[in-house]
Design a binder for this molecule. Structure first.
Ligand code: CU
Length: 316
């Protein structure tokens, strides 16, 4: 490579890095991009694209609707991390399902992908994440829009909506991901908890899987066996202190270590939730903790599934 060419390339790379750093600081840092990192062993520059979600007013529980953003970030060759972040936290026990629908927002269309349902009890988080097995390139040309619905029971009520992909002209920017070179992973079973509810009286079995994401962050997937529990509701999932059996009678509710992604109980959903937890993989695998799936935010005393993790269990 000749020196002038090398100089030009270096200048271009520096400019790109500066632009992406400025963008991160201006709008996404600490708000919508949980996988951004600084320094570390193996930082890589990947592409992301952000779309606005506009509030939709209604006569429902949140008359003003919600506004926010959806950010699609490359995770690796075949996966994207999709973060939905709302601008304000709202005081409601509702869990809002989020979908990518076909066509533009004005036209409307069927559900193409389920995204992470927003659990409002995770106050201060005001976000959900989901992993979909698509490339960012395929998303950029996808004819779709994102809807945040009030709840599964009131799916006709929209809280927010925004065009994505082929229906919006947003351009990708770069972000830095401190991907661990050889990410470790571990999975633990979740046991069904029989309960007095009518929606899921036998509870449901599942799996929680931890994947090392960055040196300080872990990707957590909760999967219900057999796919959607098909309850028609939405079920909050918590990482809690102590062993699952210690407070089975709910006499002393355990401290929540982290709010995990809620399980969307719509019959056509995948029964999967995702979370980026700001704890290292080693920290979680040493933790005195368990994962608990609750019936809903109004009945947190009713568990439908639970399983020990970390110091309390042996991975599958
Ligand atoms: Cu939808």
């Amino acid at each position: 490579m000749s020196d002038p060419v090398r100089t030009l390339l270096t200048a271009l790379l520096t400019a790109t890095l500066l632009i992406s750093t400025v963008l991160m600081a201006a709008c996404a840092d600490d708000v919508v991009a949980p996988v951004q990192g600084v320094g570390g062993d193996a930082p890589v520059l990947l592409e992301q694209v952000t779309y606005s979600l506009n509030a939709v007013s209604s006569e429902g529980a949140l008359p003003q609707g919600l506004s926010g953003e959806v950010v699609f970030q490359e995770l690796d060759a075949s996966r994207m991390l999709v973060t939905v972040a709302i601008d304000d936290t709202v005081d409601t026990p509702l869990i809002h399902p989020v979908h990518i629908h076909e066509n533009d927002a004005d036209t409307g269309g069927p559900i193409a992908f389920f995204l992470g349902a927003l659990d409002n009890n995770a106050r201060g988080a005001a976000r959900s994440v989901h992993v979909i097995e698509k490339s960012l390139d395929s998303l950029l040309t996808f004819d779709g829009h994102v809807n945040i619905h009030e709840s599964n029971a009131t799916r006709d009520t929209l809280l927010a909506q925004g065009d994505i992909g082929a229906n919006d002209n947003a351009s990708p920017t770069l972000f830095q991901l401190n991907r661990v070179a050889e990410p470790r992973h571990a999975a633990y079973p979740l046991q069904a908890v029989p309960n007095s509810s009518t929606q899921a009286p036998e509870g449901f079995e599942g799996t929680v899987r931890f994947e090392e994401l960055t040196p300080s962050q872990t990707l957590v997937q909760v999967q219900v066996d057999g796919g959607s529990p098909a309850t028609g509701g939405a079920h909050p999932v918590h990482l809690r202190e102590g062993a699952a059996g210690e407070h089975a009678d709910d006499s002393a509710p355990e401290v929540v270590i982290a709010y995990l992604g809620a399980i969307d109980g719509a019959p056509e959903s995948l029964g999967t939730s995702w979370t980026v937890v700001n704890r290292s993989y080693d920290e979680l695998l040493d933790a005195d903790a368990h994962v608990r799936i609750h019936l809903n935010n109004e009945a947190l005393g009713t568990s439908v599934s639970a399983g020990d993790i970390g110091a309390n269990a042996v991975p599958m």
